[in-house]
Design a protein around this ligand. Structure first.
Ligand code: PHE
Length: 345
């Protein structure tokens, strides 16, 4: 009888410890514990039977059963530790961090191409002593037209197709020229040297060359000794700083109601150096601004006596300049907000 029980316990122990050797994961280990140490385990079964044994057998079998149980418990603890250690090592191996790898670059925002050109223009004129003056996007018809020598019903108004607002007499500015009057009135009778950058709006058919909104930079100088020579010199200087030392300019006669004489300024095509190419439509010249000597009426409207004062004004298009410099063939890209376009600048 004794031998039988001892043999049985030995077998249980052997089976349990052999099984334990094959356990690889915590989940498996828990199953093993339920099987060999749980309520339905064989060891417990033997323990339950102890009271039925003879008195002299009971202590021996009891001791032996406890021994087996303890061995199982120890084995369990040991295996658990081994499994956890192995898992930790595995994760350290897998999640290893290579600190010598280059970091991921954060996405950086950038300035809109028009803003970049706008700032360059502001810098150049800033170096020449011009201050930046800001106007508003809405103007009254008086400032957008009348005070600039474009009376009501004057055919020249057709040059600026206008967005009217629901408020009578209030329009979206069609050019930055109303700023001429504002800045003159603020400074009279002192000399004025300002540039006025801003968004302009025109009720126009949108095409690859004209948008209904675009930037303009107004250039304005008023003083007692301003003449056409100085004006042309200023424009020449601007063109050199903007497009390169050797660039040539030319002024072609044009018409604006608020300047007299008026001109259109061309720069020599900096793509073909004047030889003729598709960008300059084989003329060798690129048109970049309207300009002229200020009309006496406009000077007067600004608060200056035209018998004493003279002035010059110009209106540049930053988008146009940006298109020429970067060979952008469609102006609609500028305000379409396509990042694939914007990311290139
Ligand atoms: N305001 C004119 C336009 O939008 C440009 C211009 C400005 C012409 C200043 C002459 C002087 O067409």
């Amino acid at each position: 009888m004794q031998e039988e029980v001892v043999k049985k316990l030995e077998e249980i122990q052997k089976a349990g410890l052999t099984d334990l050797e094959h356990v690889q994961e915590e989940q498996q280990l828990n199953e093993w514990r339920t099987c060999y140490l749980g309520k339905k385990s064989e060891v417990l079964q033997v323990m339950k039977e102890i009271p039925d044994l003879s008195v002299d057998l009971r202590p021996k079998v009891g001791m032996l059963t406890n021994q087996v149980k303890r061995n199982f418990e120890q084995g369990y603890e040991q295996r658990l530790e081994e499994i956890r250690k192995a898992a930790l090592e595995r994760s350290l191996q897998q999640d290893r961090l290579d600190v010598t790898l280059p970091g991921r670059r954060p996405e950086k925002g950038r300035l809109h191409p028009s803003t970049q050109t706008l700032r360059e223009i502001a810098n150049i004129f800033g170096q020449m002593g011009f201050q930046v003056y800001r106007g508003t996007d809405v103007e009254t018809e008086e400032f957008n037209f009348e005070l600039l020598n474009i009376p009501k019903y004057h055919p020249a108004r057709d040059m600026w197709d206008t967005f009217f607002t629901t408020t009578p007499e209030v329009v979206m500015r069609t050019h930055t020229s109303p700023g001429q009057i504002h800045s003159m009135r603020e400074n009279a009778p002192d000399p004025v040297r300002v540039i006025l950058p801003g968004m302009c709006y025109r009720y126009e058919q949108v095409t690859s060359r004209s948008e209904f909104q675009f930037f303009q930079v107004e250039l304005l100088a008023v003083g007692k000794s301003i003449d056409f020579r100085g004006f042309k010199g200023t424009l020449q200087d601007f063109a050199r700083r903007m497009f390169g030392d050797n660039v040539r300019i030319r002024l072609r006669p044009d018409y604006f109601p608020f300047t007299e004489p008026s001109a259109e300024m061309d720069v020599e095509c900096f793509i073909c150096q004047g030889a003729g190419c598709p960008v300059c439509k084989h003329t060798g010249w690129l048109e970049i601004m309207g300009c002229g000597m200020m009309h006496p009426t406009v000077l007067m409207n600004g608060g200056y006596d035209p018998r004493e004062y003279t002035g010059f004004a110009a209106g540049l298009g930053p988008e146009r300049i940006t298109m020429l410099r970067h060979h952008i063939e469609d102006i609609r890209y500028f305000w379409a907000n396509d990042v694939r376009f914007l990311e290139q600048f």
